[in-house]
Design a protein around this ligand. Structure first.
Ligand code: NAD
Ligand code: FES
Length: 283
């Protein structure tokens, strides 16, 4: 069992958990993830290790509650335990050691880009972060990323930072010149847009693909993606790939495979909770 030491709400549906997992904390590298099951019968959820403290023996996981399993997971409180935390899984990020890196994080993807910025800064690489959210309350990990270099914040509605998408701020940086590498993590349309943007500037770009995963060991084929026309498994060959080679259309299609099942599971969960919620409201 893996004890939960802290649970903090970062935005309306994003929660940060600090979990005791000493062996993982000691060996994890930027870009790697764990597969988590809250209980023995729960669904497996792949989560990037957003941060770790080897001395304290903890890892930080950031979860967006969008489906039944993630909604169940974010209900854990300090003192509770998670049944399984398997990892670290996946290939570590290929960190450049010279030049200027730009780390782009969209929404909850900002937590995924955090360990990359951390790893680059540890190597002495200058890092600029560009992060975005729908509005101010959806911007996460700004303070953490400021430890590693300047942070440009964008919001879709202009309620904080620059009004616009992360790609607007990235375009200005590319026009200024001096960007040697881009790392981008976020929703598929964002990563696709970043890829299309950096291509004409010939700036190497890595994206982290949030493919559906089951076993996380390359056995089930669930996380198949197409990179340069070749099938790869995000869990073992990735999750990071050359953005300019990614078939984002296939990724987006495969992410919808279980949408109807997921919606039905959320509806059942809500129906089960309604009597308890009504009772609590009546008290
Ligand atoms: P969101 O939809 O609120 O978007 C976050 C930011 O991304 C926006 O504020 C904007 O700056 C940028 N963005 C979005 N669409 C864009 C576009 N078409 N062009 C340019 N920029 C764009 O994000 P969210 O709700 O926090 O993210 C949810 C999605 O992120 C889910 O689909 C989830 O699966 C995915 N996700 C991906 C990873 C990963 O490793 N790639 C990790 C976690 C979550
Ligand atoms: Fe099964 Fe990658 S999750 S092959």
């Amino acid at each position: 069992m893996y004890p939960v030491l802290a649970a903090t709400a970062l935005s309306p549906n994003v929660t940060r958990l600090v979990v005791e997992a000493p062996r993982i904390a000691q060996v994890r590298q930027p870009g790697q993830f764990v597969i988590v099951r809250r209980g023995p019968d729960a669904e497996r959820i792949p989560l990037t290790i957003a941060d770790a403290d080897a001395e304290a023996g903890t890892i930080t996981l950031v979860i967006q509650a969008v489906g039944k399993s993630t909604m169940d997971l974010v209900e854990v409180a300090p003192g509770d335990s998670i049944a399984d935390v398997v990892g670290p899984l996946g290939s570590p990020t290929e960190l450049l050691t010279t030049g200027h890196a730009v780390c782009v994080g969209g929404g909850v993807g900002t937590a995924v880009v955090h360990p990359i910025a951390q790893g680059l800064a540890a190597l002495g690489v200058p890092v600029t972060s560009v992060i975005g959210g729908r509005s101010r309350e959806w911007v996460i990990f700004e303070e953490e990323l400021r430890r590693y270099g300047p942070v440009l914040v964008c919001t879709d509605d202009g309620s904080y930072g620059r009004h616009g998408f992360v790609t607007d701020a990235l375009r200005d940086l590319l026009d200024e010149g001096g960007v040697d590498h881009v790392y981008a993590v976020g929703p598929v349309p964002m990563m696709k847009a970043v890829s299309a943007l950096t291509l004409p500037y010939k700036v190497p770009t890595l994206v982290s693909l949030n493919a559906i995963m089951v076993d996380g060991t390359g056995m089930c084929g669930g996380c198949r993606v197409s990179i340069g026309g070749v099938s790869k498994y995000a869990c073992v060959d990735g999750p990071e790939f050359d953005a300019h080679q990614v078939d984002f259309g296939l990724l987006a299609d495969r992410l919808t495979t279980y949408r109807d099942f997921e919606q039905a599971a959320v509806a059942r969960r809500t129906a089960c909770l309604l009597p308890a919620l009504a009772e609590a409201a009546a008290r």
